[in-house]
Design a protein around this ligand. Structure first.
Ligand code: ADP
Ligand code: DP6
Ligand code: CO
Length: 350
């Protein structure tokens, strides 16, 4: 579905009939980062965040209820999920079962086309696809906002992958009950002016990170003296980002995105012990991005919980930017992403 029409699922053919469902979702890359939780159980973030959903790297997830099974069976990229990977999916299914008032175990098969755990947002596409497929398989009739809240419980960043194009994820407030806090934290689409953005993605290392995002942000909040100042300034960054997006002011959008990301990495570097995702290859790409700007090409870098770099530029400049990044990181692979669609159920589920 398009960024303009986020209403998920419409009248899906399988609405209401519990059984099985298949969904597709794409990763999203934050221009204003989510880093830090205020509630680990509900996955309530410390800060608002804002992202662009990609048209690359879809995750496809199929969920089938199995009345006979004694436990959930989960495969990820064709291999049985174990340990923490399995635990996260089972915990998510428990939540869906509770809401649906069902007890059947499920068979889940998910295929990522994005490298898993590499800082390229596999948890976002993964849990957005799982939320849509699991809700449908359990006969839950949820709108896009409710699906965004649900996806959040699997991985915070997944709340934003429900939507195509640009999305903002509201942190919400803690003034009421836990239920009210849960209701207040969801993503929604953001209308943007005429910026025609691309993200040139430099995959300098597709391997899994040694410190998962969840543990890294926990340590940062608990130990980094730079965390609080960054969280405060991130609120200002978001307000300015929204104004720049509305105005179609590409350079300002890029400048804010780059400073927000570098600030987030500064909070991690100041954690005890430090969390460092940036590698020499990351810094080489960052140097190349600076040179591009000196040459008059508006290009701005953002990095997540991994060494890979996403360079925000205009689509008209994307080939030139991709070429420059390829030269800077010859051992990696470089792809060009545009704005992609929100999560959707595949027809025929039921
Ligand atoms: P990333 O940078 O890829 O988002 P994270 O550390 O945030 O890395 O999350 C990686 C974890 O997300 C995996 O170890 C796994 O637990 C979960 N994950 C990734 N893809 C899927 C998927 N398709 N289905 C279910 N869980 C997934
Ligand atoms: C740096 O959503 O992966 O990519 O909620 O613990 O699953 P959990 O973390 P996750 O964190 C993403 C952090 C980030 C920034 C962002 O996507 O906003
Ligand atoms: Co993630």
């Amino acid at each position: 579905m398009s960024a303009e029409r986020p209403a998920l699922l419409g009248r899906a053919p399988d609405r209401g009939s519990a059984g099985w469902a298949t969904a597709v979702a794409h990763p999203n890359i934050a221009l204003i980062k989510y880093w830090g939780k205020r509630d680990e159980h509900l996955i309530l973030p410390r800060v608002d965040s804002l992202s662009m959903t990609l048209d690359l790297f879809p995750t496809t997830t199929r969920v089938r209820l199995d009345h006979e099974a004694g436990h959930d069976e989960v495969t990820l990229n064709g291999r049985p999920a174990k340990g923490e990977k399995l635990r996260r999916v089972v915990a998510f299914l428990d939540l869906v079962r509770k809401r649906a008032g069902l007890t059947s175990k499920a068979v889940v098969a998910s295929e990522n086309t994005v490298p898993t755990g590499a800082g390229l947002a596999s948890s976002a596409s993964g849990f957005a696809a799982l939320a849509v497929a699991a809700a449908a398989a359990h006969g839950l009739d949820l709108d896009a906002t409710a699906l965004s809240r649900l996806a959040r419980r699997g991985s915070g960043s997944a709340a934003r992958s429900l939507f195509g194009g640009f999305a903002v994820w509201h942190a919400g407030t803690d003034s009421g009950t836990a239920e009210q806090a849960d209701l207040g934290s969801y993503a929604e689409p953001v209308a943007v002016g005429d910026i025609d953005p691309a993200l040139v993605i430099a995959v300098v290392d597709a391997g899994p990170k040694t410190t998962p995002s969840r543990a890294a942000m926990r340590r940062t909040v608990e130990t980094s003296p730079l965390y609080e100042p960054w969280a405060v300034s991130s609120g200002d960054d978001l307000a300015q980002m929204r104004a720049a997006l509305r105005a179609g002011d590409f350079e300002t959008v890029g400048e804010i995105a780059e400073r927000n990301a570098l600030g987030m990495h500064a909070t991690m570097l100041a954690a005890r012990p430090a969390v460092r995702y940036l590698s020499p290859a990351t810094l080489t790409v960052l140097d190349r991005v600076l040179l591009l700007r000196e040459d008059g090409v508006p290009a701005y870098a953002t990095m997540d919980a991994g060494p890979n770099v996403k360079v925000l530029c205009r689509r008209a400049d994307a080939d030139r930017v991709a070429e420059a990044v390829r030269e800077a990181a010859p051992a990696g692979s470089v792809l060009v992403a545009s704005q992609g669609p929100g999560a959707r159920l595949l027809p025929g589920s039921g």
